[in-house]
Design a protein around this ligand. Structure first.
Ligand SMILES: [Zn+2]
Length: 335
């Protein structure tokens, strides 16, 4: 795919897509990947490059005129090749943001990083709403935000990158819930990943600060405790409730057809998928699968509503209290 050029004993790779024969500037990204592109195009889109190429307004870290490749000045950049590639795709008109089904979190993250750094405000403002959709603004929006994250192929392994990104563009200023929610997503990782950090889609390490590691681990422990409270509410049948439709006041069954609430409830518990149980154990008490199924159960006469009610109310209480406590658990307020 990429051609290799050897200069000064360093193996440099020309990017296979952005290496124009009439390019007049070379961007040298991390891992020694080269992009031969056009000054005028960069300057047209980016405040940063516009200032760099404006001779009347010199800035210190301009092109390295002593070093040329293909007779073009070289600009050394600290960005990854993948970030620069995403940037060039947009400014050369192959904007994948126009194709929502092709847009992933990793692409949005790359574009926001370079858009922010190089003063391409249009890109940042175009990506921002897509990123904000990943964060629920209330518990009611939890499921929809989860679906948005799935559509962007976001997993908890992207959470540290997302946390850093949301801080970079100060998205937390619009919604004080955003940073606590990002910390919550980080808390869903294994403890070793929280401590050691992870890597981005392009292999770049993404390490959490010591302060964030402490914050996230303490949040994880508290959320795991609340997840256990949720499991206790879910797994053990509390009935038959006083108003049970299947039993009379003396505890005798009305019906002899095997539809007793406790047996039906136990059957329901047996059908809860392991991934749902694992989520509570991991410290995510917010999932909706169990609640949705409990409501469906009462509608289909499996378990009467009187018997289900304490489970539904108990679970909703754990969810709401954990949700309300997120900013405090994240160390964002002192309350
Ligand atoms: Zn009942």
């Amino acid at each position: 795919m990429a051609l290799t050029v050897i200069t000064d004993d360093v193996a440099l790779q020309r990017d296979s897509m952005f290496c124009f024969f009439d390019g007049n500037i070379v961007l040298h990204a991390q891992n020694d990947v080269l992009f031969r592109v056009h000054r005028g195009v960069l300057a047209f889109h980016s405040e940063f490059f516009n200032a760099m190429f404006d001779q009347s307004f010199p800035i210190s870290h301009g092109p390295d005129k002593d070093r040329t490749i293909d007779d073009c000045p070289v600009i050394p950049l600290e960005d990854t090749a993948d970030d620069i590639r995403q940037l060039l795709l947009v400014i050369y008109g192959k904007n994948r943001l126009k194709l929502p089904e092709e847009t992933t979190f990793s692409i949005l993250a790359a574009l926001v990083r370079v858009g922010h750094k190089y003063g391409i405000h249009g890109i940042v403002s175009e990506c921002q709403p897509r990123l904000l959709e990943m964060v629920p603004t209330s518990l009611r929006g939890y499921k929809q935000a989860s679906e948005r994250r799935s559509a962007l192929k976001f997993t908890p392994r992207n959470a540290p990158e997302a946390l850093h990104l949301f801080r970079l563009i100060d998205l937390g200023a619009d919604n004080p819930f955003i940073i606590p929610f990002m910390l919550f997503l980080c808390s869903q990782l294994e403890e070793s990943d929280i401590r050691n950090g992870l890597t981005r889609a392009d292999g770049t390490p993404e390490k959490l600060s010591d302060a964030d590691v402490r914050r996230i681990l303490s949040m994880k422990r508290e959320l795991q405790r609340r997840g256990q409270d949720a499991l206790d509410t879910i797994l053990y049948f509390e009935g038959p409730a006083p108003g049970c439709e299947m039993y009379d006041e003396d505890g005798n069954m009305h019906y002899e057809d095997g539809l007793e609430c406790d047996m039906a409830y136990d059957d329901f518990v047996d059908r809860i998928p392991k991934r749902e149980i694992d989520a509570y154990t991991r410290g995510d008490p917010f999932g909706t699968w169990v609640l949705d199924k409990m409501h469906a159960l009462s509608n289909r006469e499996g378990v009467c509503y009187a018997c289900l009610e304490p489970h539904i109310e108990g679970l909703e209480k754990v969810r709401q209290e954990a949700w309300d406590a997120l900013p405090v658990l994240a160390g964002m307020t002192t309350q």
